[in-house]
Design a binder for this molecule. Structure first.
Ligand code: UDP
Length: 356
Protein backbone atom coordinates (compact mmCIF):
# COMPACT_ATOMS: atom_id res chain seq x y z
CA UNK A 1 0.00 0.00 0.00
CA UNK A 2 1.30 3.45 -0.88
CA UNK A 3 0.39 6.48 1.28
CA UNK A 4 1.11 9.97 -0.02
CA UNK A 5 1.44 12.35 2.93
CA UNK A 6 1.02 16.05 2.24
CA UNK A 7 2.39 18.45 4.84
CA UNK A 8 3.84 21.92 4.91
CA UNK A 9 3.65 23.63 8.30
CA UNK A 10 5.31 23.24 11.68
CA UNK A 11 2.46 21.46 13.52
CA UNK A 12 2.20 18.99 10.65
CA UNK A 13 5.87 18.04 10.81
CA UNK A 14 5.40 17.35 14.51
CA UNK A 15 2.36 15.12 13.91
CA UNK A 16 4.13 13.36 11.04
CA UNK A 17 7.02 12.46 13.33
CA UNK A 18 4.84 9.95 15.17
CA UNK A 19 3.03 8.61 12.14
CA UNK A 20 6.03 8.21 9.84
CA UNK A 21 7.96 6.37 12.55
CA UNK A 22 5.11 3.87 12.84
CA UNK A 23 4.77 3.46 9.06
CA UNK A 24 8.46 2.60 8.75
CA UNK A 25 7.79 -0.52 10.84
CA UNK A 26 5.17 -1.80 8.38
CA UNK A 27 6.87 -3.49 5.44
CA UNK A 28 3.65 -3.55 3.45
CA UNK A 29 3.20 0.24 3.66
CA UNK A 30 5.26 2.75 1.70
CA UNK A 31 5.05 6.44 2.54
CA UNK A 32 5.90 9.21 0.10
CA UNK A 33 6.09 12.67 1.69
CA UNK A 34 5.28 15.90 -0.12
CA UNK A 35 6.44 19.06 1.66
CA UNK A 36 4.62 22.04 0.17
CA UNK A 37 7.13 24.56 1.53
CA UNK A 38 4.39 26.53 3.33
CA UNK A 39 6.86 26.87 6.23
CA UNK A 40 10.42 27.01 4.93
CA UNK A 41 12.75 28.69 7.47
CA UNK A 42 15.35 26.39 9.03
CA UNK A 43 13.81 26.81 12.49
CA UNK A 44 10.24 26.40 11.22
CA UNK A 45 10.91 23.31 9.09
CA UNK A 46 14.33 21.60 8.73
CA UNK A 47 15.01 21.40 12.45
CA UNK A 48 11.97 19.15 12.95
CA UNK A 49 12.97 16.72 10.20
CA UNK A 50 16.46 16.48 11.68
CA UNK A 51 15.74 16.16 15.40
CA UNK A 52 12.51 14.14 15.13
CA UNK A 53 13.91 11.76 12.53
CA UNK A 54 11.15 12.41 10.02
CA UNK A 55 11.86 10.83 6.61
CA UNK A 56 12.97 13.46 4.11
CA UNK A 57 10.26 14.53 1.68
CA UNK A 58 10.55 13.02 -1.80
CA UNK A 59 8.98 16.21 -3.14
CA UNK A 60 9.72 19.67 -1.80
CA UNK A 61 7.60 22.44 -3.31
CA UNK A 62 8.16 26.16 -2.93
CA UNK A 63 4.75 27.59 -2.22
CA UNK A 64 5.50 29.55 0.96
CA UNK A 65 5.21 33.31 1.47
CA UNK A 66 2.23 33.78 -0.85
CA UNK A 67 -1.37 34.89 -0.40
CA UNK A 68 -3.85 32.16 0.54
CA UNK A 69 -5.25 31.86 -2.97
CA UNK A 70 -1.89 31.78 -4.73
CA UNK A 71 -0.45 29.32 -2.23
CA UNK A 72 -3.39 26.92 -2.25
CA UNK A 73 -3.71 27.12 -6.04
CA UNK A 74 -0.05 26.34 -6.68
CA UNK A 75 -0.10 23.52 -4.16
CA UNK A 76 -3.18 22.02 -5.81
CA UNK A 77 -1.59 22.08 -9.26
CA UNK A 78 1.69 20.55 -8.11
CA UNK A 79 0.17 17.90 -5.84
CA UNK A 80 -2.12 16.79 -8.66
CA UNK A 81 0.92 16.17 -10.85
CA UNK A 82 2.61 14.21 -8.06
CA UNK A 83 -0.50 12.07 -7.55
CA UNK A 84 -0.54 11.30 -11.30
CA UNK A 85 3.08 10.11 -11.07
CA UNK A 86 2.97 8.30 -7.74
CA UNK A 87 -0.50 6.70 -8.02
CA UNK A 88 -0.97 6.41 -4.22
CA UNK A 89 -3.68 4.28 -2.62
CA UNK A 90 -4.39 6.97 -0.04
CA UNK A 91 -3.59 10.64 0.55
CA UNK A 92 -2.97 11.57 4.19
CA UNK A 93 -3.38 15.13 5.43
CA UNK A 94 -3.05 16.66 8.90
CA UNK A 95 -4.78 19.54 10.61
CA UNK A 96 -6.01 22.71 9.01
CA UNK A 97 -3.50 24.53 6.83
CA UNK A 98 -3.65 25.45 3.16
CA UNK A 99 -1.50 22.36 2.49
CA UNK A 100 -4.20 20.22 4.15
CA UNK A 101 -6.91 21.57 1.86
CA UNK A 102 -4.77 21.49 -1.30
CA UNK A 103 -3.74 17.87 -0.66
CA UNK A 104 -7.33 16.81 -0.06
CA UNK A 105 -8.68 18.70 -3.09
CA UNK A 106 -6.07 17.26 -5.43
CA UNK A 107 -6.83 13.75 -4.17
CA UNK A 108 -10.61 13.93 -4.34
CA UNK A 109 -10.62 15.14 -7.94
CA UNK A 110 -8.57 12.08 -8.88
CA UNK A 111 -10.76 9.75 -6.78
CA UNK A 112 -7.99 8.87 -4.34
CA UNK A 113 -9.26 8.18 -0.79
CA UNK A 114 -8.30 10.80 1.79
CA UNK A 115 -7.43 10.32 5.46
CA UNK A 116 -7.74 13.46 7.58
CA UNK A 117 -5.94 13.33 10.91
CA UNK A 118 -7.27 15.86 13.44
CA UNK A 119 -10.66 16.03 11.75
CA UNK A 120 -13.84 17.51 13.26
CA UNK A 121 -12.34 20.43 15.15
CA UNK A 122 -14.28 23.64 14.92
CA UNK A 123 -13.86 27.16 16.28
CA UNK A 124 -17.15 28.24 14.62
CA UNK A 125 -15.28 31.33 13.45
CA UNK A 126 -15.26 31.33 9.67
CA UNK A 127 -12.97 34.35 9.54
CA UNK A 128 -10.13 31.98 10.46
CA UNK A 129 -8.55 30.51 7.32
CA UNK A 130 -7.97 27.33 9.34
CA UNK A 131 -11.73 26.90 9.93
CA UNK A 132 -12.45 27.00 6.19
CA UNK A 133 -9.65 24.51 5.53
CA UNK A 134 -11.05 22.15 8.18
CA UNK A 135 -14.66 22.25 7.04
CA UNK A 136 -13.84 21.71 3.38
CA UNK A 137 -11.27 18.99 4.02
CA UNK A 138 -13.69 17.09 6.26
CA UNK A 139 -16.43 17.24 3.64
CA UNK A 140 -14.28 15.39 1.08
CA UNK A 141 -12.36 13.01 3.35
CA UNK A 142 -13.01 9.27 3.52
CA UNK A 143 -11.40 8.53 6.88
CA UNK A 144 -11.99 11.20 9.50
CA UNK A 145 -9.75 10.58 12.48
CA UNK A 146 -11.06 12.70 15.34
CA UNK A 147 -9.43 13.33 18.74
CA UNK A 148 -12.61 13.50 20.82
CA UNK A 149 -16.37 12.84 20.99
CA UNK A 150 -17.04 16.58 20.59
CA UNK A 151 -15.16 16.57 17.28
CA UNK A 152 -17.22 13.56 16.18
CA UNK A 153 -20.41 15.41 17.05
CA UNK A 154 -19.29 18.44 15.00
CA UNK A 155 -18.96 16.21 11.95
CA UNK A 156 -22.33 14.53 12.54
CA UNK A 157 -23.89 18.01 12.77
CA UNK A 158 -22.43 18.76 9.33
CA UNK A 159 -24.04 15.67 7.87
CA UNK A 160 -20.98 13.44 7.67
CA UNK A 161 -21.72 9.72 7.75
CA UNK A 162 -20.66 8.14 11.06
CA UNK A 163 -19.14 5.18 9.16
CA UNK A 164 -16.31 7.48 8.13
CA UNK A 165 -15.63 8.89 11.62
CA UNK A 166 -13.12 7.24 13.96
CA UNK A 167 -12.51 8.53 17.49
CA UNK A 168 -8.83 7.72 17.96
CA UNK A 169 -7.51 10.36 20.39
CA UNK A 170 -4.97 13.04 19.65
CA UNK A 171 -1.84 12.18 17.68
CA UNK A 172 -0.02 15.02 19.45
CA UNK A 173 -0.36 13.12 22.71
CA UNK A 174 1.63 10.24 21.17
CA UNK A 175 4.26 12.77 20.14
CA UNK A 176 4.33 14.49 23.55
CA UNK A 177 4.83 11.19 25.39
CA UNK A 178 7.59 9.94 23.07
CA UNK A 179 9.65 13.13 22.92
CA UNK A 180 9.33 14.10 26.59
CA UNK A 181 12.07 11.57 27.25
CA UNK A 182 14.30 13.38 24.76
CA UNK A 183 13.57 17.01 25.68
CA UNK A 184 16.50 19.45 25.66
CA UNK A 185 17.21 22.57 27.65
CA UNK A 186 17.80 25.44 25.20
CA UNK A 187 21.47 26.49 25.14
CA UNK A 188 20.51 30.12 25.84
CA UNK A 189 18.28 29.34 28.82
CA UNK A 190 20.85 29.72 31.62
CA UNK A 191 21.95 33.11 30.26
CA UNK A 192 18.44 34.43 30.98
CA UNK A 193 18.98 33.72 34.69
CA UNK A 194 15.33 32.95 35.35
CA UNK A 195 14.06 30.68 38.10
CA UNK A 196 10.46 30.86 37.05
CA UNK A 197 8.90 31.89 33.80
CA UNK A 198 5.77 31.93 31.71
CA UNK A 199 6.07 30.44 28.22
CA UNK A 200 4.21 32.36 25.54
CA UNK A 201 3.61 31.92 21.80
CA UNK A 202 1.74 34.29 19.48
CA UNK A 203 1.28 33.58 15.80
CA UNK A 204 -2.38 33.36 14.81
CA UNK A 205 -3.33 35.74 12.00
CA UNK A 206 -6.37 37.04 13.90
CA UNK A 207 -3.95 38.43 16.53
CA UNK A 208 -0.92 39.34 14.45
CA UNK A 209 -2.75 40.99 11.56
CA UNK A 210 -4.44 43.58 13.78
CA UNK A 211 -2.10 46.20 15.32
CA UNK A 212 -4.56 46.96 18.13
CA UNK A 213 -4.95 43.33 19.17
CA UNK A 214 -1.22 42.68 18.99
CA UNK A 215 -0.43 45.80 20.97
CA UNK A 216 -3.08 44.89 23.61
CA UNK A 217 -1.58 41.43 23.98
CA UNK A 218 1.90 42.87 24.56
CA UNK A 219 0.39 45.34 27.04
CA UNK A 220 -1.36 42.55 28.99
CA UNK A 221 1.87 40.56 29.14
CA UNK A 222 3.75 43.65 30.33
CA UNK A 223 1.21 44.42 33.08
CA UNK A 224 1.59 40.92 34.50
CA UNK A 225 5.17 41.91 35.50
CA UNK A 226 6.14 38.25 35.19
CA UNK A 227 9.18 36.91 33.34
CA UNK A 228 7.99 35.66 29.99
CA UNK A 229 9.85 33.67 27.34
CA UNK A 230 8.45 34.26 23.87
CA UNK A 231 9.81 32.14 21.00
CA UNK A 232 8.63 34.37 18.23
CA UNK A 233 7.07 33.12 15.01
CA UNK A 234 8.41 34.86 11.85
CA UNK A 235 4.93 36.21 11.01
CA UNK A 236 4.70 37.96 14.41
CA UNK A 237 8.26 39.33 14.12
CA UNK A 238 7.33 40.90 10.79
CA UNK A 239 4.11 42.43 12.11
CA UNK A 240 5.72 43.87 15.26
CA UNK A 241 8.28 45.61 13.03
CA UNK A 242 5.63 46.77 10.58
CA UNK A 243 3.44 48.30 13.31
CA UNK A 244 6.45 49.79 15.16
CA UNK A 245 5.51 48.04 18.44
CA UNK A 246 7.96 47.82 21.32
CA UNK A 247 8.48 44.54 23.17
CA UNK A 248 8.19 45.14 26.95
CA UNK A 249 11.32 44.39 28.97
CA UNK A 250 9.77 41.51 30.98
CA UNK A 251 9.40 39.56 27.73
CA UNK A 252 12.48 37.69 26.51
CA UNK A 253 12.12 37.16 22.80
CA UNK A 254 13.95 34.15 21.35
CA UNK A 255 13.92 32.51 17.93
CA UNK A 256 11.38 29.75 17.36
CA UNK A 257 12.78 26.61 18.96
CA UNK A 258 12.93 23.03 17.80
CA UNK A 259 10.40 20.64 19.31
CA UNK A 260 12.75 19.10 21.89
CA UNK A 261 13.54 22.53 23.33
CA UNK A 262 9.90 23.55 23.19
CA UNK A 263 8.93 20.52 25.28
CA UNK A 264 11.62 21.41 27.83
CA UNK A 265 10.27 24.96 28.08
CA UNK A 266 6.69 23.70 28.44
CA UNK A 267 7.64 21.21 31.14
CA UNK A 268 9.65 23.79 33.12
CA UNK A 269 7.29 26.75 32.76
CA UNK A 270 4.92 27.95 35.49
CA UNK A 271 2.15 28.75 33.08
CA UNK A 272 1.58 28.78 29.32
CA UNK A 273 0.03 31.71 27.43
CA UNK A 274 -0.65 31.06 23.77
CA UNK A 275 -2.85 31.40 20.73
CA UNK A 276 -1.56 28.12 19.27
CA UNK A 277 -3.82 25.10 19.00
CA UNK A 278 -1.02 22.61 19.55
CA UNK A 279 0.52 24.45 22.49
CA UNK A 280 -2.86 24.57 24.32
CA UNK A 281 -2.91 20.78 24.29
CA UNK A 282 0.75 20.38 25.14
CA UNK A 283 0.15 22.56 28.21
CA UNK A 284 -2.39 19.98 29.38
CA UNK A 285 -0.22 16.99 28.39
CA UNK A 286 2.60 18.40 30.54
CA UNK A 287 0.33 19.34 33.44
CA UNK A 288 0.30 23.14 32.98
CA UNK A 289 -2.54 25.63 33.06
CA UNK A 290 -3.04 27.59 29.88
CA UNK A 291 -4.24 31.11 29.16
CA UNK A 292 -5.44 31.30 25.58
CA UNK A 293 -5.17 34.53 23.62
CA UNK A 294 -8.31 33.83 21.63
CA UNK A 295 -12.05 34.21 22.11
CA UNK A 296 -12.82 30.64 21.15
CA UNK A 297 -10.96 27.36 20.93
CA UNK A 298 -11.33 24.07 19.10
CA UNK A 299 -10.08 22.28 22.23
CA UNK A 300 -13.26 22.87 24.24
CA UNK A 301 -12.67 20.02 26.70
CA UNK A 302 -9.70 21.88 28.18
CA UNK A 303 -11.86 24.92 28.92
CA UNK A 304 -14.74 22.82 30.27
CA UNK A 305 -12.39 21.11 32.71
CA UNK A 306 -10.90 24.41 33.91
CA UNK A 307 -7.40 23.76 32.48
CA UNK A 308 -7.61 26.48 29.88
CA UNK A 309 -8.99 30.02 30.12
CA UNK A 310 -9.94 32.03 27.05
CA UNK A 311 -8.97 35.68 27.51
CA UNK A 312 -8.97 36.99 23.94
CA UNK A 313 -6.81 40.05 23.32
CA UNK A 314 -7.97 42.43 26.03
CA UNK A 315 -5.00 43.59 28.14
CA UNK A 316 -6.95 43.53 31.41
CA UNK A 317 -8.38 40.06 30.81
CA UNK A 318 -4.90 38.81 29.94
CA UNK A 319 -3.30 40.16 33.08
CA UNK A 320 -6.21 38.98 35.26
CA UNK A 321 -6.02 35.54 33.65
CA UNK A 322 -2.30 35.29 34.35
CA UNK A 323 -2.58 36.57 37.92
CA UNK A 324 -5.41 34.25 38.87
CA UNK A 325 -3.91 31.13 37.27
CA UNK A 326 -2.46 28.50 39.46
CA UNK A 327 1.03 27.15 38.82
CA UNK A 328 -0.05 23.85 40.40
CA UNK A 329 0.41 20.79 38.21
CA UNK A 330 -2.84 19.58 36.70
CA UNK A 331 -3.66 15.91 36.46
CA UNK A 332 -4.32 14.30 33.12
CA UNK A 333 -7.88 13.05 32.71
CA UNK A 334 -7.18 11.11 29.54
CA UNK A 335 -9.25 13.59 27.57
CA UNK A 336 -7.46 13.02 24.28
CA UNK A 337 -6.88 9.29 24.35
CA UNK A 338 -4.19 7.02 25.65
CA UNK A 339 -1.18 7.95 23.51
CA UNK A 340 -1.78 5.12 21.03
CA UNK A 341 -3.54 7.18 18.39
CA UNK A 342 -1.07 6.39 15.61
CA UNK A 343 -1.47 2.64 16.06
CA UNK A 344 -5.25 2.99 15.94
CA UNK A 345 -5.13 5.04 12.74
CA UNK A 346 -2.73 2.68 11.00
CA UNK A 347 -4.71 -0.41 12.02
CA UNK A 348 -7.90 1.10 10.59
CA UNK A 349 -6.26 2.17 7.32
CA UNK A 350 -4.45 -1.12 6.77
CA UNK A 351 -7.37 -3.37 7.65
CA UNK A 352 -9.74 -1.44 5.37
CA UNK A 353 -7.20 -1.58 2.55
CA UNK A 354 -6.70 -5.35 2.99
CA UNK A 355 -10.45 -5.95 2.82
CA UNK A 356 -10.99 -4.07 -0.42
N1 UDP B 1 6.53 24.75 18.58
C1 UDP B 1 7.91 24.57 18.50
N2 UDP B 1 8.71 25.66 18.64
C2 UDP B 1 8.22 26.92 18.84
C3 UDP B 1 6.82 27.08 18.93
C4 UDP B 1 6.00 25.98 18.78
O1 UDP B 1 8.38 23.45 18.32
O2 UDP B 1 9.01 27.86 18.94
C5 UDP B 1 5.66 23.58 18.43
C6 UDP B 1 4.73 23.36 19.59
O3 UDP B 1 5.35 22.62 20.60
C7 UDP B 1 3.57 22.60 18.93
C8 UDP B 1 3.55 23.17 17.53
O4 UDP B 1 4.81 23.80 17.32
O5 UDP B 1 3.84 21.22 18.86
C9 UDP B 1 2.43 24.15 17.38
O6 UDP B 1 2.52 24.76 16.15
P1 UDP B 1 1.87 26.18 15.86
O7 UDP B 1 1.67 26.89 17.13
O8 UDP B 1 2.71 26.81 14.81
O9 UDP B 1 0.52 25.79 15.13
P2 UDP B 1 -0.95 25.40 15.66
O10 UDP B 1 -0.79 24.28 16.64
O11 UDP B 1 -1.56 26.63 16.24
O12 UDP B 1 -1.66 24.96 14.42
Amino acid sequence: MKILTVLGARPQFIKAAAFSRAIKKHESVEEVIVHTGQHYDQNMSDVFFAEMDIPLPKYKLQTGGKTHGAMTGQQLEKIEEIIFNEKPDLVLVYGDTNSTLAGALAATKLHIPIAHVEAGLRSFNKKMPEEINRILTDQISDYLFVPSESAKQNLINEGINTNKIFVVGDIMYDVALYYKEKMQKPKWFDDLKLNQFILCTIHRAENTDDPIKLSNILKGLELSQRDIILPLHPRTVGKIKKYGLVIPSNIRVVDPTGYLEMVWLEVHSDLIVTDSGGVQKEAYFHGKYCITLREETEWVELVENGFNKLVGYDAKLIVDGINTSSSQKIESLGIYGDGRTVKKILDIIISTFNHQ
